[in-house]
Design a protein around this ligand. Structure first.
Ligand code: PEP
Length: 253
């Protein structure tokens, strides 16, 4: 049985004070997440405040939203894996569609970032997903196979336990539109197919695939019931403590 994982992507939201306030609301609501692995991925500037606010609570892990591929150097505005490690960050999101869409992230840079993250001992949430145009052109499968294979190129089988894949259809992110459970399941199956080709059946099956795209307390249960879905990457709803806690405890809904 795989451990399910719910991760919040706070995106570019919250000041330092708002971060502490949100975490203080979230902690009693989430309480003991039981077998569920819970992560919050906050902006870089709020990592230290979040770490302090989470101190003493084992239930929620700390994540970042990006990492650079180089260990250090002339990369203005970027953050290295060791910098994240030094702040006790456990998880990092890589290749989010907003990075691909607005900041020129490519399959190659996603792969380079993933290599740096796993080499440093971070856990990574690698995002893949098709745009609406690609879906309507019947290219979903091709895009998912390409993005997944490219992201994992040169990643050793031994590093797979450090990686989670998030299927995030771009048309469902922040739009209120959600993939149907069947669509999400099929996409996760395709992602596993790419992993199976590279690593074989058992390692591919053991990997966790999350769904992300307007997941909330009303749709989490049916999405999580899908056999290929092992978790959720939550954007908007992760900023609402009650909603996020309900998602974490979806089995009680
Ligand atoms: C995300 O940013 O990864 C995401 C899934 O956003 P939302 O839940 O707001 O669609």
């Amino acid at each position: 049985m795989k451990r399910e994982i719910i991760a919040g992507n706070w995106k570019m939201n919250c000041t330092k004070a708002e971060t502490v306030e949100l975490i203080e609301k979230l902690l009693p609501l989430v309480g003991d997440p039981g077998k569920m692995e819970v992560v919050i991925c906050v902006p870089f500037t709020n990592i230290d405040a979040a770490r302090k606010a989470l101190r003493g609570h084992k239930g929620i892990k700390l994540g970042a939203q990006n990492v650079h591929w180089a260990p250090k150097g002339a990369f203005t505005g970027e953050i290295s894996a060791d910098m994240l490690k030094s702040l006790k960050v456990k998880y990092v999101i890589i290749g989010h569609s907003e990075r691909r869409q607005y900041f020129g992230e490519t399959d190659e840079s996603v792969n380079a970032r993933l290599k740096a993250a796993v080499a440093a001992g971070l856990k990574a949430i690698v995002c893949v997903g098709e745009t609406l145009e690609e879906r309507e052109a019947g290219r979903t499968r091709e895009v998912l196979l390409r993005q997944t294979s490219a992201a994992f190129e040169g990643i050793d089988k031994s590093a797979l336990k450090q990686i989670v894949v998030a299927y995030e259809p771009v048309w469902a992110i922040g739009t209120g539109k959600t993939a149907t459970p069947k669509e999400a399941n099929t996409a996760a199956f395709v992602i596993r197919k790419a992993l199976r080709k590279q690593y074989g059946r058992t390692p591919a099956h053991a990997m966790r695939v999350q769904y992300g795209g307007s997941m909330n307390a009303s749709n989490v249960k049916e999405l999580m019931a899908m056999p290929q879905i092992d978790g959720g990457l939550i954007g908007g709803a992760s900023l609402k403590p009650e909603e996020f806690a309900k998602i974490v405890h979806y089995d009680e809904l």
